[in-house]
Ligand binder design. Sequence first.
Ligand code: DQA
Length: 147
Amino acid sequence: MTDILVINGPNLNLLGLRQPEVYGRTTLAEVEAMCVETGKDLGATVTCLQSNHEGVLIDAIHASRGTRDGIVLNAGAFTHTSIALMDAIASAEVPVVELHLSNIHARETFRHKSWIAPVAVGQICGFGPAGYALALRALIGHLETRT
Ligand code: DQA
């Protein structure tokens, strides 16, 4: 069975409480449950991880090398700062779909830059929590074209 890791980065543990006008009222637990259900519908096992720590995210990406089929990654603000995350993705050789709840391109200019985008299969942003299901579908579709 296809094995996918959904990674949420810093501050996303506060989803539902944090700036609801930007990120909505859906909690991280609800997002993760929806990811697992979407995975079941698509014949994939989905495991979810959230951390506020860059190194934990890097370790999880490294651990996915050869063990997971793909990753959906919302790196939060590390998206705009972390060359280390970009290098981890490039080194892990695991397909990554970049995901953001908000449309980062319609927000402050510092959010327009993504260090993840150059090493991702693609990017989904601006669709709120529904974006996670879109990202999973996109990733699984991508994996199917490779088999
Ligand atoms: C985010 C967008 C980032 O710019 C921000 O720092 C986040 C959340 C999103 O999901 O829209 O923490 O990744």
